[in-house]
Design a protein around this ligand. Structure first.
Ligand SMILES: Nc1ncnc2c1ncn2[C@@H]1O[C@H](COP(=O)(O)OP(=O)(O)OP(=O)(O)O)[C@@H](O)[C@H]1O
Length: 250
């Protein structure tokens, strides 16, 4: 599995990534020289103790925040070389996002929420693809409902369909199951996994939850802003054991 991963094109990645918040005595080195590729067609989870830099890594890799030094790439595009406008367009056209809060537009229907990124971009998209997504996330009979008429799990499934609607290079998910009960969470994680394995998508997910991380192909472990370990074919038990080792150390 390591060999196939190594041969895969990187959908995104960072090299020598350093992120310092603030300055002087209060400066925080949230990323301290991280180099990592997120292979295309793979599901990667990022784990680590609280404050280890997971969200910072995701935000910098996704162009939501800028590195202090080092480079962040989506495909072959160096994010540091883009002005604000191009960065906004890149985020819109080449990246999908799923957040802990579902972030749906309450006045729009499920169908309209799913195609919103395409509509904002003035793209028609691929109707067959969007149609297939609706079935994958199991929302065919809810297309004309508003988010307030859906359960949390259903709302997050809409957010997942929206994230993949434009066939982005990579979908970044930040604690996507944080607001869900374990059953709805498992459904959403199952969908992310299916999108990767059956639809050749790429997912990078930040999570605290070993059960969630076990849905990934590989787990990266951060500590103190550094990449300290990685685990292929993870199971929840192995991830939990690895996380316990951090607690013992600190
Ligand atoms: N905007 C900011 N200003 C100052 N410090 C920040 C800022 N954002 C994050 N930090 C600091 O950077 C470090 C890494 O934060 P980050 O949120 O990336 O960690 P995390 O691993 O995602 O944490 P958690 O699991 O608690 O969400 C922490 O020490 C945090 O306090």
């Amino acid at each position: 599995m390591t060999t196939t991963t190594a041969l895969r094109r990187a959908a995104a990645g960072v090299t020598d990534a350093v992120k310092v918040y603030g300055g002087g005595d209060t400066a925080v080195r949230a990323l301290d020289g991280v180099t990592v590729d997120f292979p295309a067609g793979r599901f990667t989870a990022i784990m680590g103790p609280s404050g280890s830099g997971k969200s910072t890594l995701m935000h910098c890799a996704a162009g939501l925040d800028t590195l202090t030094s080092g480079t962040a790439r989506i495909g072959d595009t160096d994010l540091g070389a883009l002005d604000d406008r191009r960065l906004t367009l890149l985020r819109r056209d080449r990246i999908g996002f799923v957040f802990q809060a579902f972030n749906l537009v309450p006045t729009l229907t499920v169908a309209e929420n799913i195609t919103l990124p395409l509509d904002l971009a003035g793209r028609r998209g691929d109707p067959a693809w969007t149609d297939a997504l609706v079935d994958v996330v199991g929302l065919r009979d809810r297309l004309h409902h508003r988010p307030s008429e859906l359960s949390g799990g259903q709302q997050q499934r809409v957010a997942v369909a929206r994230a993949f609607a434009g066939r982005p290079d990579v979908v970044f998910a930040d604690e996507p199951t944080g607001n869900l009960d374990s059953r709805s969470g498992a459904e959403v994680l199952g969908l992310l996994g299916r999108a990767v394995r059956e639809m050749d998508r790429t997912v990078v997910m930040v999570t605290h939850d070993p059960v969630a991380a076990a849905h990934a192909d590989e787990v990266l472990f951060l500590a103190d802003g550094r990449l300290v370990d990685r685990m292929a074919a993870p199971t929840a038990d192995r991830v939990l054991d690895r996380m316990k080792a951090f607690e013992v150390r600190s």
